[in-house]
Design a protein around this ligand. Structure first.
Ligand SMILES: *[C@@H]1O[C@H](CO)[C@@H](O)[C@H](O)[C@H]1NC(C)=O
Ligand SMILES: *[C@@H]1O[C@H](CO)[C@@H](O)[C@H](O)[C@H]1NC(C)=O
Ligand SMILES: *[C@@H]1O[C@H](CO)[C@@H](O)[C@H](O)[C@H]1NC(C)=O
Ligand SMILES: *[C@@H]1O[C@H](CO)[C@@H](O)[C@H](O)[C@H]1NC(C)=O
Ligand SMILES: *[C@@H]1O[C@H](CO)[C@@H](O)[C@H](O)[C@H]1NC(C)=O
Ligand SMILES: *[C@@H]1O[C@H](CO)[C@@H](O)[C@H](O)[C@H]1NC(C)=O
Length: 497
């Protein structure tokens, strides 16, 4: 780390550090707070072409390179009883998972697949039977390939109707036993990764030289997809409120990926760049949801490339999220990038539009993260102060480590302690955070890393035909924390240096 970044880093820590006091336990959290862990359908279930499931864009994308795929994954489709049992033994209070659209509705719209329906009903029943609260994500990167082929998926407004019909089936069939729904998983990173950078399914881009951009338009599609994601969420939310909420009494939220963002230097330019980055990364989705329109800075920079909400759409989007789901892993520095006036709008993408450079802190990279609890606390403070203190669920947080058989994942335990402590600080200072899900329950097929690195509390031996699960140190640590016997020291300043 360079001197200049160290200086700004120290000043940030001093501002953010509250008076960390004594050790805490699970019992220091509000009574109805939920602690759990998460998976998603394509990463956990396997059985990709069994019992009537058809391919999603993620199946297609993962089969186009050598990083592995979710054909078998953890075989959760067949092993769900075993996995729910180990969740119960771990003491999980909640489980976050997603519903595979093409397992439930193989043609994207129309007839249901009875075997898919039975699988999710059985899974939910098994969870309830063990006293575990289900938190269901409707869309986690796995659009039916048939809808992508038919009209381009999320870049066409036809998706709004099809997504709402899929949501309707889920509310109707599962809503008596599911009280927590997230419509869209990390919508901002999905739109950026899938339509600006081409690194996530369905892999559209036009500017990223590192991947083969054979289809897409990085200067327009991320914003079109983002707009349709918001409208699809709002439409599903409206339906839930009209048709189901009074009877089922659940809540429905949208989710975004939130980096901690901190200026690289204390220059005015880097300060302004960091505010702009907050607007591009988070405000893009949260300002419409909370205030009914996009951030001014995005409208100014993007001009006609940013879709416009009609008055009616704005009203429908505003207030459509009962809570904000947050996916948070790490904190990055932001520095202003030099203006590139020669870059035509048609050659821009999300990052050149945002006009900042992002710098990982310490040893962090796309595949490893340093433990930076103060960055997490600052995200929760920012959400509280800038968006009227919305109810929040932390839907993912966790540490990736090389996937191997080392069960002594003490770095993961240290990371988790720091982040849970940071969250407690934010709650004590007024944040309305209501739940926390570790990513992930067991080692999964990972979005970027395939099977090379993993986040599980349980190790999965992917070379073993039986895909044996074995608890890591982090699993027994979590159990002890959740049963109140493990006391945790609050995060210290040195934990982030
Ligand atoms: C605690 O909340 C208050 C009110 O929102 C805010 O001014 C203050 O900066 C927060 N403290 C920390 C340590 O974030
Ligand atoms: C890029 O994709 C196109 C279209 O699929 C294909 O024809 C071409 O061979 C690919 N090039 C590389 C370098 O992968
Ligand atoms: C992207 O779309 C814009 C607006 O339609 C157009 O001007 C531009 O040429 C397109 N870029 C590519 C790479 O297709
Ligand atoms: C970065 O990695 C080095 C070497 O593994 C380690 O000694 C150091 O503690 C790490 N730094 C942080 C901030 O984790
Ligand atoms: C994983 O499974 C393979 C095949 O059954 C076995 O040879 C290997 O020892 C197992 N590895 C671990 C760490 O248990
Ligand atoms: C609490 O969890 C720990 C595992 O960390 C376990 O050893 C202990 O028996 C549990 N205690 C109770 C009271 O459940």
């Amino acid at each position: 780390m360079q001197t200049v970044s160290l200086l700004s880093f120290v000043s940030v820590v001093i501002v953010l550090a509250t008076s960390y006091c004594d050790a805490f336990t699970r019992n220091d959290f509000p009574e109805h707070f939920l602690f759990g862990a998460a998976t998603s359908a394509y990463q956990w279930e396997g059985a990709a072409d069994e019992d009537g499931r058809t391919p999603s864009v993620w199946d297609t994308f993962s089969h186009s390179d050598e990083r592995g795929n979710g054909d078998i994954a953890c075989d959760g489709y067949h092993k769900y009883k075993e996995d729910v049992k180990l969740m119960a033994e771990m003491g999980l209070e909640a489980f976050r998972f997603s519903i595979s659209w093409t397992r439930l509705i193989p043609n994207g719209r129309g007839p249901l697949n009875p075997k898919g329906l039975t699988f999710y009903k059985n899974l939910i029943k098994e969870l309830r039977g063990h006293g575990i609260e289900p938190h269901v994500t409707l869309y986690h990167y796995d659009l039916p390939q048939v809808l992508e082929d038919e009209y381009g998926g999320w870049i066409d407004r036809k998706i709004i109707k099809d997504f709402t019909a899929f949501a309707d089936v889920c509310f109707r069939e599962f809503g008596d036993d599911v009280k927590l729904w997230t419509t869209i998983n990390e919508a901002n990173i999905f739109a950026i990764g899938a339509y600006s950078e081409g690194i996530l399914p369905p892999g559209h881009c036009s500017t990223n030289k590192l991947v083969n951009c054979s289809i897409g338009n990085s200067s327009t599609e991320p914003y079109i997809a983002g707009h349709n994601l918001l409208l699809a969420h709002a439409s599903a939310s409206k339906l839930y409120r009209l048709k189901y909420k009074s009877k089922q009494r659940g809540s429905i939220g949208f989710s975004i990926y939130a980096y901690g963002l901190s200026p690289y230097t204390n220059s005015e330019d880097d300060g302004i760049a960091t505010e702009r980055a907050k607007d591009f990364f988070s405000g893009w989705m949260l300002k419409p949801l909370v205030f009914g329109d996009y951030p001014e800075v995005m409208k100014r920079i993007l001009g006609s490339r940013l879709p416009v909400f009609s008055e009616e759409e704005s009203k429908q989007v505003k207030g459509s999220s009962d809570f904000v789901g947050i996916i948070h892993y790490t904190t990055i520095y932001i520095t202003n990038s030099k203006p590139t006036p020669s870059l035509l709008p048609s050659n821009r993408d999300f990052f050149t539009d945002m006009g900042v450079e992002t710098i990982f802190i310490g040893n962090s990279s796309f595949f490893t993260f340093d433990t930076i609890p103060w960055g997490f606390e600052s995200v929760l403070e920012y959400l509280k102060q800038s968006y009227n203190n919305p109810p929040i669920y932390i839907l993912e947080n966790g540490l990736p480590l090389k996937h191997d058989s080392t069960l002594q994942d003490s770095e993961r335990v240290e990371y988790t302690q720091g982040y849970i402590g940071a969250m407690l600080n934010a709650i004590k200072n007024g944040s309305d955070t209501r739940g926390y899900f570790l990513w992930s329950v067991i080692d999964l097929y990972e979005l970027l890393a395939g099977y090379k690195s993993s986040f599980g509390l349980y190790y999965v031996n992917f070379s073993d035909p039986g895909l044996k699960r074995s608890p890591k140190l982090s699993a027994s640590w979590y159990t002890g924390f959740l049963n109140g016997t493990i006391h945790v020291d609050p995060p210290k300043l040195s934990a982030s240096s």
